[in-house]
Design a protein around this ligand. Structure first.
Ligand SMILES: [Zn+2]
Ligand SMILES: [Zn+2]
Length: 168
């Protein structure tokens, strides 16, 4: 059986639990916001005939993210919840967060799109190494957090206010 897929027939007897691990997540999930070396999804899938098929669990992943300000790679450990509901197209009126369409004619339910979305949401905080990161000097390329830089900050640009304060 494919990673992150539940066969609909396996749900006939009630909820089932699964633990999947991928050591090449982008091959299964497509482009991800940061490099992930592995992803685990531990999930309970609960077929509630009235309200759809519910999946909840936990995502664990590890990888590396390059800070978009200072460009330094940082090790990342990601732990976030997983919550998704799969419903028939005829039951879903408007787009709802966390609600996915499944096709009763297809033998399995694919959790990978929902997993990918949760990873995008969970990983967004790692695109900067810290909220205080000053990044690189646009004049000389120095790391403003740790390296000396003698460029004069442009006057009147509010983004440089924090730096002017640091240089005092
Ligand atoms: Zn940084
Ligand atoms: Zn500089």
């Amino acid at each position: 059986m494919d990673l992150f897929c539940i066969s609909q027939s396996s749900l006939a007897n009630g909820p089932i639990r699964r633990l999947w691990r991928s050591d090449d997540p982008s091959a299964v999930l497509g482009k991800l916001p940061i490099f992930l070396a592995w992803v685990e999804l531990e999930v309970e899938v609960d077929p509630d005939i009235q309200a759809g098929i519910w999946a909840h669990g936990n995502i664990r992943a590890a990888g590396e993210a390059e800070c978009r300000r200072c460009l330094i790679p940082n090790d990342v450990k990601l732990e976030t919840g997983f919550d998704a509901c799969f419903r028939l197209k005829s039951e879903v009126g408007e787009i709802e967060e966390g609600v996915w369409i499944y096709d009763p004619m297809i033998s399995h339910i694919d959790l990978s799109k929902a997993l990918r979305e949760e990873i995008w949401l969970g990983a967004s905080e790692y695109v900067e190494c810290s909220p205080q990161c000053l990044g690189l000097c646009s004049g000389c390329g120095a790391l403003l957090d740790t390296e000396g830089c003698t460029c004069a900050p442009p006057e009147g640009d509010p983004r440089w206010a924090a730096l002017r304060k640091v240089k005092g």
